[in-house]
Structure formats: structure tokens, C-alpha cells
Design a protein around this ligand. Structure first.
Ligand code: ZN
Length: 193
């Protein structure tokens, strides 16, 4: 059955889904939950069509500039640098940050030949140098690559005379920001140094 095989193949590409899970999900949706399957298909189509990259922070947006960047109530002196739109969402949910964001295109990975330029360092320097940003908070993950990213970007930002801070410890070493609980994250933001 070609259509069913294609569905299983597509599900297998999702993070954390192996061949058995992919098969189980596909059979479940088609046999027991066709309404959920239709909702999933429609949701994916709509999101692919409408979600774009914010031209200012490079996070997710449903217009050229995202709602966070358009929010004039935020503190323009604070710029928080994260690795992904998912990490930005985590910090937003913590409710402990009222500045703006810059979303990198991942993290520096010397072994894969990914340097600062590849994650958007130049766009970050341009954004941070807008004359209003006073402090850049590096909220990359506490993995080796996240630390390397923070170090390299931090040096470049400091060379331009910007104050640079890092999320305080308390976030477990090796942790992806996405999986850190919100209370810990709020604390790490408040105690940044
Ligand atoms: Zn934005």
C-alpha cells in the first residue's frame, strides 16, 4: 500500500520516532482516529503555509515581524540570544523576561565545521549594535557546543563594547534549554552574570 508506506516513512522522520512507533501511529490514526489525522494534516498544511521567520529576531512569526518584536512594552536595552524558536518559547513561558530576542540558527559545532557565521553571528552583531541594546543575555544551552557558542559570540559582542551576560548555573550541565523546568529557568535569568 503505497500511501500507507509513505505515511509511515514520513512519521519515521520525526525526532524520537522509530520504525515501530511510526507504524503504530499510522495504523492508529487510520483505524481509530481519522478525525485527529485530518486535524493533523490540516494543522501541518496551515503551519507550513503561515509560519515564517521574523525578519528582526529570526524566530517564528505569522507576519514579516513577529508579535514579540512588535511589542513596544518590552525593554529595548535587553536582548536574549537563544539557539532555536523552541528555546525562545520556553523563556517566554517562564514569564520572567521582558526584553527582546535574537534566535540563532542552531549552535556552533567545530566538529561539523559550523562556525559563528553559520549560526547568524553577523546578523546578531548588527541587531545588538542598534544603539538601544545595552545587555546581551546569552541563553544558549549548557552543552559543550552551547558553551562554545556563548563564548565565541560573547567575545565578539564584548569587542563591540556591549555588556554580555550568561544564564546563571542552576541549569544542569549538558541540558537543552527546552527541557529545563520553568522555575529553574526564571532563576537562571534573574541570576545571570
Ligand atoms: Zn521577531
Amino acid at each position: 500500500m503505497a500511501a500507507l508506506d509513505h505515511l509511515v516513512d514520513a512519521l519515521r522522520k520525526l525526532p524520537g520516532i522509530g520504525p515501530k512507533s511510526a507504524q503504530r501511529i499510522a495504523y492508529h490514526l487510520l483505524q481509530h482516529d481519522r478525525a485527529a489525522a485530518a486535524q493533523l494534516a490540516a494543522g501541518l498544511t496551515a503551519a507550513l503555509d503561515q509560519v515564517q521567520t521574523c525578519t528582526r529576531c529570526h524566530g517564528f512569526a505569522e507576519s514579516p515581524v513577529c508579535a514579540v518584536c512588535l511589542d513596544a512594552q518590552r525593554d529595548p536595552a535587553l536582548l536574549c540570544v537563544v539557539e532555536s524558536p523552541a528555546d525562545q518559547a520556553v523563556i517566554e513561558r517562564s514569564g520572567s523576561y521582558r526584553g527582546y530576542y535574537f534566535v540563532l540558527g542552531g549552535r556552533v559545532s567545530p566538529l561539523d565545521g559550523r562556525g559563528p557565521r553559520d549560526v547568524g553571528a553577523e546578523a546578531l552583531l548588527a541587531r545588538a549594535g542598534d544603539g538601544r541594546v545595552a545587555e546581551v543575555i546569552l541563553a544558549t544551552s549548557f552543552t559543550a557546543e552551547g558553551e562554545a557558542t556563548a563564548y565565541l559570540l560573547g567575545e565578539a559582542l564584548k569587542a563591540r563594547g556591549l555588556k554580555v551576560s550568561r544564564l546563571a548555573r542552576g541549569v544542569p550541565i549538558g541540558a537543552e534549554l527546552e527541557y529545563v523546568d520553568l522555575g529553574t529557568l526564571a532563576h537562571a535569568l534573574a541570576d545571570r552574570r
